[in-house]
Design a protein around this ligand. Structure first.
Ligand code: FAD
Ligand code: NDP
Length: 455
């Protein structure tokens, strides 16, 4: 006998929650989804999508300059920032509506409200009509994360990535604190939109965890483009006088800025969820601990995406959601496969990467062959830009498998996505070598590198 009102109750309507709810409902399950904010979560509202739209905007600004060498003359372009913001907001609202319709059409019961756990099978949802308790056979927590701002004097005078999309006015001088994905992307984007950008990195490198050559090459290209990148630089305090922010550095010097972005990492959204009372185990920063099947320490409660603080990427949250629904409502016990997850950083130039860094490959496989190239892309022979492109392959010598592929250059994410398929299928360097290139492209370099760098 069916004792629960729902088969699946989802808390959080972001990338992972929406995908799980929709897929479960399409399989005939009775599904409820509670979302406290706007449907689509971080990615749609304050992440991937608006960020990429602004990245396009920044590239357009540069294109006017590059076009000169190709015979085009145009007056110096001027950014209409309010128009860009309004067009972005309109598009995001359209996407929110699409998410709503997809869920509603699949038969998901949508609740706009804050939800928490009230038991292993019970969710409390605070809606406009007051709190309501529902019961469900399975519960999925997909509440995502939020930016972490360092605890330093005056930190409240800064903004996080959430506030960058609607800054008013456009910051002529922007200080970006951090060296990760978000800091590097926003530094590039706002530089491209016309701001004077200073990026402060506390460590010695951008993008910790990426291949060292990638991080060094990107840093050099961003500097060449005009981003003031300062490594081993830490903020002591921020003060504000009217619209002016002063950033006091630990070396005693001061920077002036119209806006200060803290892009210093993200932590899981777990406050007020009732995890402890229900017995859901948590790890660092409160992240929900799950097994390989996204099951928490309470068997009926599952979690995925950023709230589990593993790989914080939209396609990973989507993949986890599909694996979970297959397991709970399908036939098999399919697991999410985390091997060869590709990723791109939408800096200018872009970074695309899949598989091991050279250091990881040396530690894992011992003997590796490394192939590298850096060159001036054909477009820049006429554009006048000094931007260069970097590519690198890391090959396990014993098996000849390509275990790492890295690129810094235009549309690196587009290039790397296809190679990720080949690498997941186990492509060897011999297969890369026997693949015919497409000429003239940047990507063809990945199948024409023949001489490894000396060990
Ligand atoms: P989210 O998408 O964050 O969704 C969680 C949802 O839960 C939110 O809508 C929230 O309102 C809701 N919620 C939270 N608590 C409750 C509650 N108690 N009750 C009801 N609802 C609740 N990834 C990429 O792959 N590519 C990119 O280019 C990229 N760019 C990014 C740029 C930025 C600036 C940021 C911040 C992130 C970016 N990411 C990118 C990461 C990506 O956005 C996340 O990995 C992804 O959104 C995680 O999905 P999720 O479902 O776990 O959580
Ligand atoms: P990251 O973990 O990538 O980077 C955080 C950065 O902040 C690091 O450089 C870190 O330095 C620095 N930092 C942390 N604390 C401090 C501090 N107190 N003072 C100064 N610097 C500090 O996090 P992000 O916030 O950039 O992004 C979060 C996640 O979102 C990413 O890991 C990624 O998974 C996802 N994302 C994905 C994107 C994409 O796919 N294109 C784009 C944007 C986000 P240190 O290295 O020294 O610790």
């Amino acid at each position: 006998m069916n004792t629960f009102e729902f088969d699946l109750a989802v808390i959080g309507g972001g990338s992972g929650g929406v995908r799980a709810a929709r897929m479960a409902a399409q399989r005939g399950a009775r599904v409820l989804l509670a979302e406290a904010g706007a449907l689509g979560g971080t990615c749609v509202n304050v992440g991937c999508i608006p960020k990429k739209l602004y990245s396009y905007a920044a590239h357009f600004g540069e294109a006017f300059t590059l076009a000169h060498g190709f015979g085009w003359d145009a007056p110096k372009p001027v950014l209409d920032w309010p128009r860009l913001k309004a067009n972005r907001a309109r598009e995001i609202t359209r996407l929110n509506g699409i998410y709503h319709d997809l869920l509603a059409n699949a038969g998901v019961q949508l609740v706009n409200g804050w939800a928490s756990l009230a038991g292993p099978h019970t969710v409390a949802v605070a809606g406009t009509g007051g709190a309501r308790h529902i019961t469900s056979r399975h519960i999925l927590v997909a509440t995502g994360g939020h930016p972490l701002v360092p605890d330093l004097p005056g930190a409240e005078h800064g903004v996080t990535s959430d506030g960058m999309f609607d800054l008013d006015p456009f910051p002529r001088r922007l200080v970006v604190v951090g060296g990760g994905y978000i800091a590097s992307e926003f530094a590039s984007i706002f530089h491209g939109l016309g701001a004077h950008v200073t990026q402060l990195v506390r460590g010695g490198h951008l993008l910790r965890g990426f291949d060292a050559d990638v991080s060094n090459f990107l840093a050099a290209e961003m500097r060449k483009a005009g981003v003031h990148l300062r490594i081993h630089t830490e903020v002591a305090a921020v003060t504000r006088q009217g619209d002016l922010r002063q950033v006091l550095l630990k070396d005693g010097s001061t920077l002036e800025a119209d806006a200060v972005l803290f892009a210093t990492g993200r932590v899981p959204n777990v406050a007020g969820l009732g995890l402890t009372a229900v017995g859901v185990a948590q790890g660092k920063d409160g992240a929900i601990v799950v097994d390989a099947h996204h099951q928490t320490s309470v068997p009926s409660i599952h979690a995925l995406g950023d709230v589990t603080a593993r790989l914080q990427l939209t396609p990973v949250a989507l993949g986890e959601a599909m694996a979970l629904v297959d397991r709970l409502l399908g036939t098999g016990a399919r697991r999410m496969d985390y091997d060869f997850v590709p990723t791109a950083v939408f800096t200018h130039p872009n970074v695309g990467t899949v598989g091991c860094t050279e250091a990881e490959a040396r530690a894992k496989f011992g003997a590796v062959a490394v192939f590298k190239t850096d060159f001036k892309p054909l477009m820049h022979t006429l554009s006048g830009s000094t931007e260069r492109t970097f590519m690198k392959l890391v090959v396990d010598r014993a098996s000849d498998r390509v275990v790492g592929l890295h690129m810094v250059g235009p549309d690196a994410g587009e290039v790397v996505q296809g190679f990720a398929v080949a690498m997941k299928a186990g492509a060897t360097k011999a297969v890369f070598d026997s693949t015919i290139g497409i000429h003239p492209t940047l990507a063809e370099e990945f199948v024409t590198m023949r001489t490894p760098v000396p060990d």
